[in-house]
Design a protein around this ligand. Structure first.
Ligand code: N01
Length: 530
């Protein structure tokens, strides 16, 4: 027998949990379906050694409950994965959310039944859930990508994927370890594995820009002082592009003297953390300005890494700084000064296969006991397209999105009535502090549901023309920046065969907020409501 709800939510990460909290407040009966064994989303799965958020803990947390943000005590400037997971578990318990969540339950299909105007979801264990509304809170980086390396099944050692890390952890001591991938995940785990392993070989295809996090404990007194101004801090953060207050000298990087520029970059490098591209207004739109900050980071690499050939290999030259997500690290470049660490340049010697004893390169081989794949995700569309989602008249989402994701405001899809997608393509979420984006989007969707209830409306669907205009706007906005100049997951470039479309909205959390508010005040312009 099917279970019937007002709202079925897929995913119990930051987005799904807050969505459940909000729709309960509207008096709607809701249920969350989650494939993991507990809440947490990305922080449930990505338990690799060194996993840490690149947004500061006081920002990477919910703002909807002042009691919650006042009482929860973060212990570090940049929270490590176990602490974030504890926080999300605390939120689930504090707001009694678990009673409306089915864990270990993977959604196979979601079909819109036109005759009843209901979403019918089926799960891997053959359950059926029916909802008037379906909210996809499935995460932008939740479908791991592991390229099909020939011969992996013959490997005699152990192998792991950062995004599917064993709960009991991995002991690398005394082992010869290889890490494939130097994105955020690789860059975070490499220094930690190097400390434990007998020998570490890093297999790098493309270097990434990474900045020192300068993580540090949060002193209780300083945290208490900060919390006195929490409301103002959150309000100011919401008025920024990234959902995080940044320091900006403003103006053009080209308009100040070399000394002033260096002073600004030095100060940022010493302080640590993200936001370097906000230091001047043109770093993400002017190639010459970007070159200056990229050169600065390349100089830092040269000064840290003792072997000049290794420093050169670690220095990105194929994309503007910030056109791929900038990584934050703890001791990444220093790691290459260790005697037990070696860097293999896969551009010169690609991986041919994996055999019983290790990795076979086009020239030579590396014998290994353990391989770690830090090879990324099928981002933003992966989780949605992995399910069989069909809208009105049975149209598959895979067909509607065959040339890339098409949404109205990133939150609705024409032909898929009463379905909302959160923190995905067509929204600024992937480029922002995602928790701030999640709150913004969940609030908007909840307000829309409340408005529908109040006006006796049963069905909402993006208008095709409004969707076309939004897709065009998202694309045109990206074109004005340097974001298109990198083969990034923002563009789907990391997944063979995926349509190359710039998926996030570069208009910023603040710009997007203005649009969302305007659309709502205009009676949800662009949404057909019946
Ligand atoms: O994945 P990635 P990630 N052979 O796609 C390489 C968030 N995140 O998991 O660039 C060899 O960035 C690939 O090489 P190339 C954050 O938003 C946040 O690291 O394609 N190598 C690349 O080096 C981040 O941006 C945090 O040439 C192959 C790497 O694998 C996003 O998640 C922490 C290969 C993949 O890098 C994704 O980061 C972690 C192949 N066949 C993640 N295929 C924090 O909050 C792929 N690669 C700090």
């Amino acid at each position: 027998m099917a279970d019937e709800y007002d709202v079925v939510i897929v995913g119990a990460g930051f987005a799904g949990l807050y969505m459940l909290y909000r729709v309960r407040q509207l008096g709607l009966k809701a249920h969350v379906v989650e494939r993991a064994g507990d809440v947490g989303g990305t922080w449930y799965w990505n338990r690799y050694v060194g996993a840490r958020c690149d947004v500061e803990s006081v920002d990477y947390s919910y703002s909807f409950s002042d009691e919650l943000q006042q009482e929860w005590q973060w212990t570090e400037r940049f929270p490590a994965q176990p602490e974030i997971l504890r926080y999300i578990q605390h939120v689930a318990d504090r707001f009694d959310l678990r009673r409306d969540i089915s864990f270990n339950t993977e959604v196979r299909s979601a079909h819109f039944d036109d005759s009843r105007s209901r979403w019918v979801l089926t799960t891997e264990d053959s359950r059926t859930l029916i909802g008037r509304y379906c909210v996809m809170a499935t995460g932008g980086l939740s479908t791991p990508a592991r390229p099909d390396f020939a011969g992996l099944d013959t490997f005699g050692g152990d192998w792991y994927q950062t995004s599917l890390w064993p709960h009991e952890g991995v002991d690398f001591s005394g082992k010869r370890v290889g890490v494939i991938g130097t994105g955020s995940s690789g860059i975070q785990c490499i220094p930690e594995i190097a400390k434990q392993a007998a020998h570490l070989t890093v297999f790098q295809r493309t270097p990434n820009f990474t900045l020192p996090a300068r993580n540090a404990p949060l002193e209780p007194d300083a945290l208490a002082e900060f919390k006195r101004g929490y409301a103002e801090h959150r309000a100011a953060a919401r008025k920024t592009k990234g959902g995080i207050k940044t320091r900006s000298a403003g103006g053009s990087a080209l308009a100040v003297s070399a000394e002033q520029r260096k002073a600004a970059f030095d100060e940022h490098w010493a302080r640590g953390g993200n936001g370097i591209t906000s230091l001047f207004d043109d770093l993400m739109v002017d190639e010459g300005a970007n070159q200056l900050v990229a050169d600065y980071v390349r100089d830092q690499i040269k000064s840290i890494v003792k072997d000049p050939d290794v420093a050169a290999l670690l220095s990105p030259t194929d994309h503007p700084l910030g056109a791929k997500r900038i990584c934050l690290d703890t001791g990444y470049y220093d790691t290459y000064n260790r005697d037990n660490v070696e860097l293999v340049n896969l551009r010169a010697r690609p991986i041919a296969s994996i055999d019983e004893n290790g990795i076979v390169l086009s020239e030579g081989r590396v014998d290994l006991d353990v391989i770690v794949f830090a090879t990324g995700f099928d981002a933003l569309t992966g989780a949605l397209l992995a399910m069989d989602i069909r809208g009105s008249r049975g149209t598959p989402l895979a067909e509607a999105w065959s040339s890339g994701p098409r949404t109205y405001l990133g939150l609705t899809v024409a032909g898929f009535p009463n379905m909302f997608t959160l923190a995905g393509a067509g929204t600024p979420a992937p480029l922002t502090n995602v928790v701030a984006s999640i709150e913004q989007q969940v609030d908007w969707v909840s307000d829309c549901l409340a408005w529908m209830k109040e006006h006796g409306i049963a069905r909402v669907e993006a208008d095709g023309a409004a969707q076309d205009a939004w897709v065009e706007h998202v694309f045109a906005a990206a074109e004005k920046t340097l974001m298109m100049r990198a083969s990034s997951w923002y563009l789907g470039a990391n997944i063979p065969g995926k349509p190359r479309v710039f998926m996030p909205y570069v208009g910023g959390l603040d710009g997007f907020d203005a649009i969302l508010q305007d659309v709502a005040h205009d009676g949800y312009r662009g949404l057909a409501m019946t």
